[in-house]
Every structure is written in C-alpha cells, then in structure tokens.
Design a binder for this molecule. Structure first.
Ligand SMILES: CC(=O)N[C@H](C=O)[C@@H](O)[C@H](O)[C@H](O)COP(=O)(O)O
Length: 240
C-alpha cells in the first residue's frame, strides 16, 4: 500500500474521466477507450476510470496517470466488480484503485463487504467504495476502503429517481468519513463539478457528459423544437 498516499495526492483536486462503452456500443473496445482516455488527458484529466481488464491493461500501457478500474458484470443488483476475484483481476491488469460495489446488498460470492475490502487491502490493493448512501459510505470507510465514491446514488432500489448529481451526499460523506470522498454520477456541467468540490470532494469523476457521444447527441436532438422542420420549410428556402 506504499503507493497509496502518493496516488491520493495525485488525484487531489483533479477531474477523473470515466471512459466506458458497453458491448454493442459503437465505441466498445480497448482501442477506442484508449483514444478516449488520451483525449481526456489532453484536456487536463488527472486520472481515468475504466471498465474491464482489457481496457485497464490497454489504458495502463498508454498513461502513468492514476487509473480507477472496475469490472461490470451484468446490469442489475451488485454488478460493479461484484466479487473479490473480479477485483483482483482488475488490479492485476494495472488499476491503481479498484472500484467495487460497496452497498449493503448481498454479494454474489457470499463474502461480506468487510471481508472483501480486507482481502484486497491485505494484497496491497486500494479500494474505491462505490456507495449509494451515507450509511454505506461510513461502513465502507470503517471497513478500510481507500476512498468512498457516490457512484451508486440513484442506482439502487432505495435511491432511484434522482436527476442531478447527489451533491448532498458528497457533503454528508465529507463531514462523516476521514478518507477522500469522490463525487461521481450524473455530473453534466462544469458548474456541477465545481459544486461537488465546494461540497468537499477530493476528486470528481465525470463519465457520460464527456465520453458518451450517443447520449450527448440525444440531448441536443431532444432540444429540437417539435415544429422546427415545419417552420424551416415555411421560410421557403427549399431548392427542390
Ligand atoms: C451507476 C453505474 O453503473 N455507474 C458506472 C460506474 O462506473 C458508469 O456507468 C458511469 O458512467 C460512471 O459512474 C460515471 O457517471 P456519469 O456517466 O453519470 O458521469
């Protein structure tokens, strides 16, 4: 764990960009995600969050900046790095911190969160605890998590329905735990990132607003007025 203090120092006050594309998305694949990561770094990102051992390995080969790795298995329940074995493989692929689901839900390998965090820290692997509530963050910090992130707020049965980022959770965690708090989830605009830092975030992770061109495009498309086509035609500039 000797590298952890300097790693945290390198993340302090920085933007981490999450570069992820699921199977079936046009940008899926390590070459695309490495290009995405390098683009984010060119823009000033201080770290990268990425998914799956292949992408972690590829991006590790492309940068020395801090890497937060995870492994998504499925879409429901505990799907962010669900087992100890997944976490170890993400670390072996080159992640500096491994993000794991740190909610109070039952884990598929039968290990408790405490056992999982203990087994990782014994191996010298730093843990980002992805939580959805204050209580989960406190429990994860107590169990020895290296950092706590708000990643899962809005994505559990008890916390669904949120629209913007959970800045209140960032503030509550920052007041309650003595490990760094990472703000993550639904940060769409620079002002929201600033608000997360003001609330006490150590670092801020932004994903989709930077790295998901399909949803960025959809946001613009949704803004097209319903009568835009008709009004344009009425202006009579059709050369047909
Ligand atoms: C809930 C979940 O599965 N979150 C995932 C965690 O890695 C990613 O799908 C998100 O993109 C990431 O957390 C960044 O958030 P946003 O893309 O909203 O900036």
């Amino acid at each position: 764990m000797h590298h952890i203090p300097s790693l945290l120092d390198r993340l302090r006050g920085r933007l981490v960009v999450s570069c992820q594309a699921r199977v079936g998305e046009p940008l899926h694949g390590s070459a695309h995600m490495t290009a995405m990561a390098l683009s984010a770094i060119a823009g000033g990102a201080g770290g990268i969050r990425c998914e799956g051992p292949e992408d972690v390995r590829a991006i590790r080969n492309a940068t020395d900046l801090p890497l937060i790795g995870l492994w998504k298995v499925g879409h429901e329940g505990v799907y962010i790095t669900p087992t100890l074995e997944h976490a170890v493989q993400v670390a072996e692929a080159g992640a500096d911190l491994v993000a794991i689901d740190a909610t109070a839900r039952q884990r598929p390998d039968g290990r408790t969160l405490d056992e999982t965090i203990a087994a990782l820290t014994e191996r010298g692997i730093g843990v980002m605890a992805d939580v959805s509530t204050l209580d989960e963050g406190i429990a994860a910090a107590r169990a020895g998590a290296t950092v706590v992130g708000t990643t899962l707020s809005g994505y559990t049965p008890d916390t669904t329905g949120a629209s913007g980022p959970d800045v209140a959770l960032v503030a509550a965690l920052a007041a309650a735990v003595d490990v760094p708090v990472i703000a993550e989830g639904r940060i769409q605009r620079p002002g929201q990132l600033a608000a997360a830092f003001d609330a006490g975030a150590w670092a801020v992770v932004v994903g989709g607003a930077i790295t998901r061109p399909a949803s960025i495009t959809a946001g613009f498309v949704e803004a097209i007025p319903a009568d835009a086509g008709r009004r344009a035609a009425e202006r009579g500039r059709l050369h047909v």
